[in-house]
Design a protein around this ligand. Structure first.
Ligand code: HEC
Length: 193
């Protein structure tokens, strides 16, 4: 889990390759559970928190803010959402609260950097995003080192253009070759089919 968080930051975040999409996955959760008391739409801004104005929400996304990007464990929001029913700080205050699935989405969203926009196609030209093939056999994970010396363990999938596709915890990550150490770059390129 820790590794996944780190990996998401190192690779997923800068490239904007989010598995969780704010608009698709997170906004509906806020809408369903929070807008009633925290939105411009309802005119209620309990404690100043508004979740349908992205500018206001963005202000709460920062280290030491309600949402600490990349660190769900340090994000007071996650704590509020997961308090037991009856705790008077729990959000939403009444009802069943978020489902385990919604909580997981929220946590994953924060882990991936709590982005508000889809940063889709800022890849260098000539790189067409391809679907990562799902291989039937399970290849063994290998160690990869980033250009600045961090080590992660992931399964090699493919090299596409200047990008190596790695898989961790079943999720594909695309890493520009120049972000890898020389040895890892070689490791990737030599595996090219
Ligand atoms: C029924 C109304 C209601 C709903 C629904 C609701 N809240 Fe709140 N929220 C409040 C009130 C009232 C406060 C102020 C509580 C206090 O000061 O004790 C508050 C405070 C907060 C705070 C500030 C807490 C703090 O410690 O400063 C956050 C963050 C928050 N809510 C997030 C949410 C989120 C996220 C949701 C949806 C999952 C949500 N709320 C749903 C009424 C609501």
């Amino acid at each position: 889990m820790l590794r996944a968080a780190f990996f998401g930051l190192w690779i997923g975040f800068p490239l904007g390759l989010h598995a969780v999409d704010f608009k698709r996955d997170i906004a509906p959760i806020f809408k369903k559970h929070c807008y009633e008391c925290h939105s411009e739409a309802s005119g209620k801004k309990k404690n100043g928190y508004v979740f349908d104005d992205l500018k206001v929400l963005a202000g709460d996304i920062r280290p030491s803010g309600m949402i600490d990007p990349g660190r769900p464990g340090q994000s007071p929001l996650m704590e509020l959402l997961t308090l037991p029913p009856g705790d008077n700080r729990r959000m939403p205050p009444d009802g069943d609260g978020l489902s385990p699935k919604e909580i997981k989405l929220m946590r994953d969203w924060i882990t991936e950097g709590a982005g508000l926009e889809k940063k889709s196609t800022t890849k260098p030209s000539g790189l067409t995003p391809k679907k990562v093939p799902d291989k039937p056999e399970a290849p063994a994970p290998e160690q990869w080192t980033s250009a600045d010396g961090k080590v992660i363990t992931a399964v090699f999938v493919a090299v596409e253009g200047g990008v190596v596709v790695l898989k961790m915890n079943g999720k594909p990550y695309r890493v520009p070759l120049e972000k890898l150490s020389e040895a890892s770059r070689k490791q990737a390129v030599e595996r090219k089919p």
